[in-house]
Design a protein around this ligand. Structure first.
Ligand code: 1CP
Length: 347
């Protein structure tokens, strides 16, 4: 039998001498080859729905850097679009969607299994990638977590404090809960189909989990994650799942046990030492270098990378950033991070 891939070994709970590494938003605007393919596609959504070009941009960072994992090129907002929301991107600003602020908006949305027809090109990209990737590279599929997806569907765009979603959950809990249940059920269908198409791992991005506190965190971040993970494990027991309740703070503690996740991704608002003592005690963790090091580089990058590798060295760890790489990053700094993790720097 071929030796197991490093990412799969870490996700199974193995402590490796050198952690495997990949990077959130590794296919993106900091890479000239990405910008060229994106220009060829026309706009961002056309790139997401073009299996040939989406496969190409997913492979670009693997060719350039040899990351241990490739993440499907798509977006968390394709699912709301598959549910019937209008979606477009405004250059220089970000996504815009038709809003769900009352029961009559919710009533227009489709059902959980209706999403597959719209998402068929994404499944084709997954199949292409499963066939094209090197043997040692793990293919990660993904979706947004229900709370994070709901924040965009309710506000119709990204918001600094997710206020419109908080307002709906407090003032109209019946509509809010119905929307959360629909996103939860359709996310299960979407991720199950990605797994059937060849994704070896799936990741749930709850990018705005940090704005949920106390009972609201339990109800709208932890519980939906648990429902999705439980349903996926029933259908695909051998597919590991990474959960990313970004900026959860103390709520990172026990999250893997409570939800059944195989790995918890940690943002850089907490230290690696804290996360090792409080989260890695339960199993694999992923993270957590601040993205700004990909802009600033130098000895500071080397020192912080080593601190993180060392802090997590006594348990299963996948090296990553604490959030996505930004368009102003220097591709040379990505190489420096990888070389430092893989101990190939000499100083
Ligand atoms: O101009 C461009 O080329 C578009 C920039 C871009 C890219 C490269 C967007 C718009 N999405 C993506 C791809 C993407 N999005 C991936 C691909 C795989 C990879 O990591 O390489 C993934 C996993 C996502 C996930 C995603 N989209 C999240 C969760 C992760 C996170 O960063 O917190 C979120 C919140 C989105 C929404 C979104 N899509 C794009 C933007 C600019 C945003 C954020 C909008 C906002 O909040 O204002």
């Amino acid at each position: 039998m071929a030796e197991q891939k490093k990412i799969m070994r870490a996700l199974a709970g193995e402590t490796l001498d050198t952690p495997p590494i990949w990077m959130m938003r590794q296919a993106g605007r900091y890479l000239p080859e990405y910008k060229a393919t994106r220009a060829q596609a026309g706009d961002f959504l056309s790139l997401c729905y073009n299996p040939e070009l989406a496969t190409e941009v997913t492979l670009q960072p693997i060719r350039r850097y040899g990351f241990d994992a490739a993440i499907l090129f798509a977006d968390i907002l394709l699912l709301p679009q598959a549910l019937g929301a209008d979606l477009w991107f405004v250059t220089g600003e970000g996504p815009r969607l038709s809003t769900v602020t009352q029961q009559s908006d919710f009533a227009k949305l489709k059902g959980p299994t209706d999403v597959h027809e719209h998402l068929a090109p994404v499944y084709q990209t997954v199949r292409n990638l499963a066939a094209a990737l090197p043997n040692e590279t793990t293919l990660i599929g993904f979706a947004g977590a229900p709370w994070t997806v709901a924040t965009y569907m309710i506000a119709g765009q990204g918001t600094p404090d997710q206020a419109p979603a908080h307002k709906l959950r407090v003032e109209n809990p019946a509509t809010f809960d119905a929307l959360m249940d629909l996103i939860t059920a359709s996310t299960i269908e979407y991720l199950a189909m990605q797994i059937e198409a060849g994704a070896e791992v799936v990741k749930l991005f709850d990018s705005w989990a940090g704005s949920l506190k106390g009972d609201a965190f339990q109800k709208y971040s932890l519980e939906p994650a648990k429902k999705i993970i439980t349903a996926l494990k029933a259908r695909h027991p051998n597919t590991p799942i990474i959960a990313f309740p970004r900026e959860a703070g103390d709520n990172y503690i026990g999250f893997a046990k409570a939800t059944g996740a195989d790995c918890v991704a940690i943002d850089n608002s907490v230290s690696a030492e804290w996360a090792a003592a409080n989260v890695q005690v339960d199993g694999c963790v992923q993270g957590n270098l601040a993205s700004r090091h990909m802009v600033t580089g130098g000895q500071d990058l080397i020192d912080e990378t080593r601190t993180i590798v060392k802090a997590f060295s006594k348990g299963p760890h996948i090296f990553n950033l604490g959030h996505g790489i930004t368009p102003d990053a220097d591709p040379k700094n990505v190489q420096l991070m990888i070389d430092t993790v893989r101990k190939t720097t000499t100083d």
